[in-house]
Design a protein around this ligand. Structure first.
Ligand SMILES: [Zn+2]
Length: 277
């Protein structure tokens, strides 16, 4: 029998439904015996809401997407409508505007695919989620290096970014067309994440930036979140696991992060325009 289109689109079919109900029944039996939940195909047994496989993580990903959009939009308005622009070119005085625009786009892209992946995990959504997340982490590392070392010259920026971009492209191609190796991807992501935390931490310490408090809060929160994801407890009442908690924590952190970026833009613009007077 032909299944309705919305079911096949979401890939809820006879086989996956059967797996789901079998898992739920087994979990009920384990609970009666007083045993802890176990993972099925590497995933905790989440209770579905409608067609959503991990409803809490999916909703929190959508909220993260909104917070990222709001952060980027207020950044855009601050730079183009509130702060002064260069008289001849109408460009911003802040030298990292374009880089943060790309960051905003990659963040929104990553949270969009995270929301889709947590709604329904199938091969394509998994690959797009993995690729867009590692692309964001890799790009953030490039941006961290450029900002913390104040690399302003175009040629130097290309020289710094090219090897990292080449590595990142190879890694993403490998994940998509050779093997979706979780262990490897985790190592690459953690290494790039830790490098950024250390660089920003050292930068905040050396520069005494007026908003280093916000930056340090994000760094500490981000580090704790990474540990939480590693600790990985099973879903409370079938809904709220360590990963969902991590997605909840990133909402205030993202708010604070964009606030730091906007402070940085304002601080830099004021410094440059004061020098010109
Ligand atoms: Zn997630």
């Amino acid at each position: 029998m032909q299944e309705p289109l919305y079911i096949s689109w979401k890939e809820w079919n006879c086989r996956s439904d059967c797996r789901y109900y079998c898992m739920i029944r087994r979990e009920q039996e384990l609970r009666k015996l007083g045993l802890r939940p176990v993972k099925y195909h590497g995933k905790w047994p989440f209770i579905r809401i409608s067609a959503f496989q991990e409803p809490v993580s999916a909703a929190l990903s959508a909220m993260n997407l909104f917070v990222q959009f709001n952060g980027w939009l207020t950044f855009f308005f601050l730079l183009y409508y509130k702060l002064p622009l260069r008289p001849q070119t109408s460009r911003t005085y802040y030298e990292y505007t374009g880089l943060w625009h790309i960051y905003g786009f990659l963040s929104m892209n990553a949270w969009f695919w995270s929301a889709i992946f947590h709604s329904r995990d199938f091969e394509l959504s998994e690959k797009l989620h993995c690729s867009s997340t590692v692309a964001l982490i890799g790009y953030s590392l490039i941006l961290t290096i450029l900002r913390t070392f104040s690399v302003k010259n175009g040629a130097s920026r290309v020289m710094v970014s090219a090897p990292l971009l080449a590595f990142l492209t190879t890694h993403i191609l490998y994940l998509n067309f050779c093997e979706l190796d979780y262990g490897l991807n985790m190592k690459v992501s953690v290494a790039m994440g830790v490098a950024q935390i250390l660089l920003w931490g050292a930068w905040a310490f050396v520069t005494h930036h007026p908003s280093s408090f916000k930056l340090c809060t994000v760094l500490i929160g981000g580090s704790l979140g990474m540990l939480l994801d590693y600790y990985d407890f099973p879903p409370y009442k079938g809904y709220f696991d360590a990963h969902a908690l991590w997605h909840a924590i990133t909402i205030p952190l993202t708010f604070l992060w964009w606030s730091f970026i906007k402070d940085d833009a304002e601080f830099q613009t004021t410094t440059i325009t004061k020098k010109m007077m």
